[in-house]
Structure formats: C-alpha cells, structure tokens
Design a protein around this ligand. Structure first.
Ligand code: NDP
Length: 324
C-alpha cells in the first residue's frame, strides 16, 4: 500500500526540478520533490556562475542552488532527500519507489539531468569541483582563461564548439583527440581547421593531470592544473603539455536508467519530448532540463524548461479534472 499520494511529483533538484517546484507550488499543486543522489544537480560541482541572469557579480553554483531550494520551500514544496530507485509508469496513478517507501502521483516531472563524462583519472573530477582549472563547461568557465593557454579533450561537436568558443578568450587552444579523425560535423571541423588559435594533438590521451599549489590573495592554498602528461595512442610515446586550464568535452550521459523501456528515448538515452513542450510519450509525464536536452545544457535553459513542465503539468491535471 503506497505511503502517500501526490498530485505532482518531481524527480531531480537541479535548476529544472527546483524551477518546476517553484511554479507548481505557487499554482497550489503541492508538489513533492525527490532530491536524488546529487541534490542541487551539476551546479553544485561548479564554482562561480557568471551567466545566470540576475547575479551581475556572479554567484557560486552551490549557493545558487541553495537559493532555488529555499524559494521552492517558501512556497510549500515538500523536498525529500531520498532517491527514486524504481518507477512504474504503466498505469495511473504512477508508482514511485524509494529505498523505504512507495508513493503514487497523478503527474510526474522528470528532471534527473545528465552527468558529464570524465576521463576516469579521478583528478579531473576533483579539480573541476575545487576550481582547480578543470571544467566540463566552456560556456560557463571560458571567460576565466583570458590570455591563457587551454586544452580541450574530445573530437565531437561539443569539443569543437568549445574549442572555437575558447579562442575568444584564450591565446592558444589545443584540441586533444584520441584518434586522427574527428567525429564532429563537417561544418564544425571546417571552422576549427580555419582557426589559427587552435592546435591539434592527434592520437593522444591524457595519462595524468600535473598540478601545483597556488596561494590565493586570501592566503589560502589551492591545487591548480599545471600541465598534462599525454600518451600517443599509436606509438605509446609520452609528452607534456603545459596549460592553464583543461576542458573535458567527451560527452554527457542522461540520467534515464530509471525510465528504460518505459519512456521513448533517443539513441543516446535522452528522453524525447513533443516539440515546443515538455510532454513525453506517456500522458501525465513531463521532462525538463538536461535529461531531454543534449544541445543547450545551460542552467537557464533547464530552469526555463522546468517552468514549462510545471505549466504543462498544471494544464494536464486540470484537463483530467484532478485539480480545479
Ligand atoms: P560525442 O559523443 O559526439 O563525442 C564525444 C567525443 O569524445 C568523441 O570524439 C569521442 O572520441 C571522445 N571521447 C569519448 N570518451 C572519451 C575518453 N574516455 N577519452 C577521450 N576521448 C573520449 O559527444 P558530444 O558532446 O560532442 O555531442 C553529443 C551530441 O550532441 C552529438 O549528437 C552532437 O552532434 C550534438 N551536439 C550538437 C551541437 C550543435 O549542433 N551545435 C553542439 C554540441 C553537441 P571518438 O570520436 O574516438 O569516439
């Protein structure tokens, strides 16, 4: 027997989840939000966010997410720290299972996000969290590398787009790719080949991130990237590349394992939504944020689609006669 029933449940607490919670609670839908394994989402593992409108001095990613959480709580959102481990969307109301309980909901917003893939070195993820000069988002962090030398890892559209974008700030961008052919679209390739600030390290993988201690004006000491030890995938030869910053662009993985065989997804696992809306393949289930967007992937676009999902859910619940 389910422990509780909710008009609307939201899974995920990144900008999409919290924004949908703010809109839904203001619309008296009494949403319950399940925070999941990474409360606050990807922004909690970044440092300064300078491109979220409304914060002209910038704001720390974790602080921005705390503000969104407080705003959702203020309007009466119920936030649960548990993760949803299983869902059953085959009949309504939908069933959600945590480790200890199950509950039902009339409408569901999925905002479980995506996770950047890292190289599996350990240090890449660690330095991205501590502002040590590694990033998974050029749009977010490129600005900090004005006049500096950076490297981008990857050979897909994201890596090439990032490399091109970074040349606006950096004096030199080295694209490190594990093969000698790029995966990216021809148009994107033409752009990077024309850009003389971009150099190529073909057939190379990052073996090690080399760091040094740096003392901040506050006196605090931080570990910062200094160089990369590269290995040639053909000859096995090792080399060192001195850089100020590293951007990892080897793809993202949408967090959609829970919905396998229940909701339509594209071949990379992103949830498919009806164009111009957040409606998924199941009536009453909506998707917002990076879990359904592999192109823009920005906090502000996730927040925007969270707003859309709450409004779509509200209209759907009203059309079903489940709310006034
Ligand atoms: P992709 O999966 O297309 O590319 C990932 C790249 O990273 C590949 O070149 C891959 O190498 C490399 N890679 C993967 N794992 C590793 C690893 N462990 N070590 C080193 N290199 C690795 O991801 P993207 O994020 O680039 O693109 C995702 C989707 O989004 C694509 O469909 C893309 O077209 C689309 N996109 C479109 C844009 C646009 O139209 N403006 C902009 C950005 C993305 P290899 O090639 O050897 O497999």
């Amino acid at each position: 027997m389910p422990a509780s029933h909710h008009k609307l449940a939201i899974i995920g607490t990144g900008p999409a989840g919290y924004t949908s919670a703010i809109y839904a609670s203001r619309a008296n839908l009494d949403p319950v939000v399940f925070a999941g394994s990474q409360p606050g989402g990807q922004l909690t593992i970044t440092t300064e966010v300078e491109n979220f409108p409304g914060f002209k001095e910038g704001i720390l990613g974790p602080q921005l997410m705390d503000e969104m959480r407080e705003q959702a709580l203020k309007f009466g959102t119920l936030i649960k720290t548990e993760s949803i481990l299983k869902v059953d969307l085959s009949a309504r109301p939908f069933l959600l299972f945590t480790e200890h309980e199950e509950c039902t909901c009339d409408a569901l917003i999925i905002a479980t996000g995506a996770s950047a893939k890292w190289m599996g070195l350990g240090k890449d993820l660690e330095l991205s969290r501590t502002g040590g000069g590694v990033s998974g988002c050029a749009t977010c962090d490129g600005f900090f590398y004005r006049g500096k030398e950076v490297a981008v890892v990857g050979g897909g559209d994201t890596a090439l787009e990032d490399a091109t974008f970074l040349t606006k700030f950096s004096s030199k961008v080295t694209l490190i790719h594990r093969r000698d052919k790029l995966r990216a679209s021809k148009a994107m390739q033409d752009r990077v080949f024309r850009n003389d600030k971009i150099q190529f390290a073909w057939n190379k993988v990052v073996e090690e991130i080399l760091t040094q201690e740096q003392t901040l004006p506050s006196g605090e000491s931080v570990e910062k990237i200094r160089a990369l030890r590269l290995k040639d995938t053909v000859s096995g030869a090792q080399s060192e590349l001195v850089i100020d910053g590293l951007f990892v662009a080897i793809g993202h993985k949408p967090n959609t394992e829970l919905f396998q065989n229940q909701l339509p997804m594209d071949e990379a696992g992103y949830l498919q939504v009806e164009k111009g809306s957040t409606r998924t393949g199941i009536d009453g289930v909506f998707a917002a944020g990076d879990v359904q967007d592999h192109i823009y992937r920005q906090a502000i676009t996730a927040a925007g689609s969270g707003c859309m999902a709450a409004m779509d859910a509200e209209h759907w619940l009203a059309a079903q006669g489940l709310v006034e």
